[in-house]
Design a protein around this ligand. Structure first.
Ligand code: MN
Length: 291
């Protein structure tokens, strides 16, 4: 197996607010060559690096908005996110939990800091990722997969190096519980200082990582600090991540969906016509109703 080398290390760009509750650094697709085609099936990655929100009686967040044509994956590292949608569904993503929402043919939803968290205030840290759907599944039925921390399978690394929590796909013999439409590996490596995890993914899969906590050394050569993002080359399969201090690293690898992408705001389709259709359907209330 040959080594998969780093293509680029991206530092966090200046943050911006999504609504008033999500202070995010965008990594995909707004720059660094991390465009949707290059990163497919990962077409958007917003990272709310650890940020303190003071107490408030009015939960901060983002109001009612639609999605069509892809999946949103929200990973809560610190704080809690509440969500409600036009089908009457809703819930709270707790710390260590993941919500995998298949928007597919369309949902209207809103995302807010959970009420008790808002009242108490505190550190908030999360990732929201959009995973594209292939054309044949873009108009399928919307659904949710809610994974609490204890529903996420964990692989114990040797030598007390730490654990790898598998959200989707697999790490060695440990499989993630989230179902995906195309092959996707998604995992959090929680490494103890000095601990190493080795990873291997097919050469053609688009592979990247985000350092959530601590700092790591990749392939024993490149030191990557907190809140930095690494894109790997599409050559070679294997790489290592060693924790310079206690670290949490989000690792993503997915088979690219080689189809045309037509994207506008919350809609990601294959053609301009489908985008126009999505906008018309939204304006005509076909995504349902949510206060
Ligand atoms: Mn949303």
């Amino acid at each position: 197996m040959s080594t998969k080398n780093i293509e680029l290390v991206a530092e966090p760009r200046a943050p911006h607010f999504v609504g008033d509750g999500f202070r995010v650094h965008n990594f995909i697709p707004s720059g660094f060559r991390l465009d949707m085609e290059r990163m497919s099936p990962f077409i958007m990655l917003d990272y709310n690096s650890k940020f303190y929100f003071p107490p408030t009686d009015t939960p901060r967040g983002v109001g009612v908005h639609p999605h069509r044509g892809f999946e949103t994956v929200t990973i809560a590292y610190k704080g809690k996110v509440a969500h409600h949608d036009s089908s009457g569904g809703g819930g709270v993503i707790q710390e260590g939990g993941v919500q995998w929402m298949t928007a597919a043919s369309g949902v209207l939803h809103k995302e807010y800091h959970e009420e008790e968290f808002s009242k108490a205030g505190g550190d908030f840290q999360m990732v929201q990722l959009w995973v594209n759907l292939p054309a044949k599944d873009k108009m399928s039925q919307p659904k949710y997969q809610a994974l609490s921390a204890k529903e996420i399978n964990s692989y114990e690394l040797p030598n007390n190096a730490g654990t790898v929590e598998v959200i989707a796909g697999a790490y060695k013999d440990t499989k993630g519980t989230a179902n995906t439409f195309t092959p996707v590996h998604m995992m959090n490596a929680r490494l103890n200082k000095g601990g190493t995890a080795d990873f291997s993914f097919p050469e053609n899969y688009n592979t990247c990582l985000l350092v959530i906590e601590g700092s790591v050394t990749v392939n024993e050569t490149e030191t990557v600090p907190t809140d930095h993002f690494v894109l790997f080359e599409n050559e070679g399969e294997a790489f290592t991540v060693k924790a310079s201090e206690d670290a949490v690293v989000l690792v993503l690898s997915g088979e690219p969906i080689n189809e045309p992408i037509a994207a506008q705001g919350p809609f990601v389709m294959n053609t301009r016509e489908e985008l126009t259709q999505a906008i018309n359907d939204f304006n005509m209330g076909k995504f349902g109703y949510l206060e």
